[in-house]
Each structure stands twice: as structure tokens, then as C-alpha cells.
Write a protein that binds this ligand. Structure first.
Ligand SMILES: *[C@@H]1O[C@H](CO)[C@@H](O)[C@H](O)[C@H]1NC(C)=O
Ligand SMILES: *[C@@H]1O[C@H](CO)[C@@H](O)[C@H](O)[C@H]1NC(C)=O
Ligand SMILES: *[C@@H]1O[C@H](CO)[C@@H](O)[C@H](O)[C@H]1NC(C)=O
Length: 299
């Protein structure tokens, strides 16, 4: 398996801007949305479970014994995408590498913030947020470089989710004020912002050209990809309540992505929802779908 981390810089921009966007919204918005009591309990349980996996103190690598675990990250494991027969399944379940990449932690942090904003989840503590934000800094990157483990600044997997990261990073960065909107005056940046958005919309509208693996080469998760695009549109809608979007190209991107979200994406999400019982449904979109039992029957 080839696994190339998504750039931590873009993740840091996304999560820092999310923090700015959400803290503005927390101060400005009236009452948060209210869900049923049962859902509140579930959110609180999830909050406690997730928070408890944060690495509070750096854990060093011990050969054959323990992976290095960076302070501040939430537990995330890289596994091989083996599925099918029992042996493959066992290998996938047993073997894992602790994932110190910023990505999962950025994802968890924005979810915790949003659970607080929309779902009446508990307010994440300042220590928890600060620990999560200090994970990657230029000093650590330099140290890794000196040790012969350079961050792949010039190489990245290009897939739909990485494209969606670029678009959400630029949108959040500009809307939160973390990045000046002048960045979108640069013709190359504007063209990349627009072309990438067009590509995302095209793939959403065309069944991902029947290649769901294009969404993320190592862990193809369509829902996660949708989540990034929908959040991009949502941030622009929130900004539009206060006034016009700060740049012409962002207006175009808004129109393209909104259309994709309200059209093909919504249709696909509704079609894929599986209903368990009244009021409860779930989405099946990850590893292990092709697993078989000892008799070769699908699980
Ligand atoms: C990075 O290293 C410089 C020089 O050693 C130091 O002054 C600075 O505080 C460090 N920054 C962080 C965030 O660790
Ligand atoms: C973006 O799209 C335009 C128009 O189709 C095309 O001319 C240009 O080469 C594309 N730019 C990039 C960076 O892909
Ligand atoms: C959509 O893509 C899936 C593969 O993910 C394929 O099985 C299916 O036939 C495609 N549907 C259409 C209408 O092309």
C-alpha cells in the first residue's frame, strides 16, 4: 500500500479557520439547533469516547512494542485495505500503524466544535483544542527532515478528497479572515480554485465516473468527500447572510458546488441511506464490505 499523507499545512488552515468561523458563529448566532434528548445523550457519549483517545503526553517509539504517538493527536490507525477471506480479514484487524498525521485530528477537532455548535455537544476544553493545534509545526518538520523523513511537499496523491481539501481550505481561510481575499485575485490560484471545484461537481454529478476509489486512493470514503464539499457550501451560505461573498471567483464556486450538493449529492445520499427502524438509519461506506466467513459466505 502506498500511503502519502495529505499536507498538514492545508489541514491546519482548515481547522484553524473552522475555529475562527465557529467561534464567530457561537458569539453571533441565536439559539443552537436542538435535537431530541436521546440524540443529545449519544452526542455526549461520542464526545467522551472520542476525547478519551487524545494523546495527552508524547509516547516514544519502542521497537516491536509501541508506536510513536505524538502529543495532541486523537487515536487513528492506518490499516491495510485487505478484505475477503478470513486470513485477509484477520490481517487487517490485527496489523495497524499508529497514525500521527494531522488529518484525523483536524477532522475530529472540527467535529467536536460542530457538535458543540449544532448538536448541543459539550464545549471542548481549551487545552484539548490547543493540544490538537500544536501537532505539526515547522520545527518538528525541520527535525524530521534532518532525520531523513522529509514531509512530501512536492508530492501528494491527487484525488477528489484532496481537491475538496484545497477548495474548503481556501474558502474557510478567506471567509474566516485567516487568509486575505486578495489571494483569490491571483489568476493561477483563482483558476485552480475554479477548475478544482468544477472537477468536484462533475464527479458528484457523474457517479464518480463509476470509480469510487478516485475519492481517496487509500481509504475511499464517499461520505467524507461529500462532507467536505457540503461544509464548503455551508460556510459560504453562512457568509452570505452577512453580505456578498468577497470575490467573483468564490461566487462562481458557490454556484457550482451548491448545485452539486442540492442535486446529485443529496440524491445519492438519500439513495444510500439504509433504514434500520423508524427514525434510525445508517450509511455503509468503508472497509470490510467484501469480507467472507470460513465457508466463503459474505458476512
Ligand atoms: C521553534 O524553534 C525556535 C528556535 O529553536 C524557537 O525559538 C521556537 O520557540 C520554536 N517554536 C515552537 C513552536 O516550538
Ligand atoms: C482551467 O480551465 C481552463 C478552462 O477550461 C483551462 O483553460 C485551464 O487550462 C485550466 N487550468 C488548470 C490549472 O487546470
Ligand atoms: C455507479 O458506480 C458504481 C461503482 O461505484 C457502479 O457499480 C454503477 O453501475 C454505476 N452506476 C451507473 C448508473 O453508472
Amino acid at each position: 500500500m502506498v500511503w502519502i499523507p495529505r499536507t498538514s499545512t492545508s489541514m491546519l488552515v482548515i481547522v484553524s479557520s473552522a475555529l475562527l468561523l465557529i467561534s464567530h458563529a457561537i458569539n453571533a448566532s441565536p439559539a443552537p439547533l436542538k435535537f431530541e434528548t436521546e440524540a443529545d445523550t449519544l452526542v455526549q457519549k461520542l464526545y467522551a469516547k472520542t476525547s478519551s483517545t487524545q494523546i495527552l503526553k508524547e509516547i516514544p517509539y519502542k521497537e516491536f512494542w509501541q508506536w510513536h504517538q505524538v502529543q495532541g493527536v486523537y487515536k487513528s490507525e492506518v490499516r491495510l485495505n485487505f478484505h475477503g477471506g478470513l486470513a485477509f480479514r484477520e490481517f487487517r484487524e490485527t496489523f495497524n500503524v499508529f497514525d500521527n498525521n494531522m488529518f484525523a485530528t483536524a477532522w475530529v477537532t472540527s467535529n467536536l466544535l460542530e457538535a458543540y455548535k449544532y448538536g448541543e455537544g459539550p464545549k471542548p476544553t481549551e487545552t484539548q483544542i490547543n493540544l490538537a493545534l500544536q501537532i505539526e509545526n515547522i520545527n518538528q518538520t525541520r527535525k524530521l527532515y534532518a532525520n531523513g523523513n522529509p514531509m512530501p511537499f512536492n508530492v501528494n496523491n491527487v484525488d477528489m478528497t484532496v481537491g475538496a481539501d484545497v477548495v474548503i481550505g481556501l474558502t474557510y481561510g478567506v471567509l474566516s479572515g485567516l487568509i486575505s481575499s486578495q489571494v483569490l485575485d491571483d489568476p493561477d490560484v483563482a483558476q485552480i480554485y475554479l477548475n478544482t471545484s468544477s472537477l468536484l461537481a462533475y464527479e458528484i454529478a457523474n457517479n464518480l465516473t463509476s470509480r469510487p476509489d478516485l475519492v481517496l486512493t487509500y481509504y475511499p470514503s464517499i461520505n467524507e468527500f461529500y462532507w467536505f464539499v457540503a461544509k464548503t457550501v455551508s460556510a459560504m451560505e453562512t457568509a452570505l447572510k452577512k453580505g456578498p461573498l468577497p470575490s467573483e471567483v468564490m461566487k462562481k464556486v458557490y454556484a457550482i458546488l451548491k448545485d452539486a450538493c442540492l442535486g446529485a449529492m443529496t440524491k445519492d445520499i438519500l439513495a444510500k441511506a439504509q433504514y434500520e427502524e423508524k427514525g434510525k438509519n445508517y450509511f455503509d461506506d468503508f472497509l470490510g464490505n467484501a469480507d467472507k466467513d470460513v465457508f466463503g459466505k459474505p458476512l
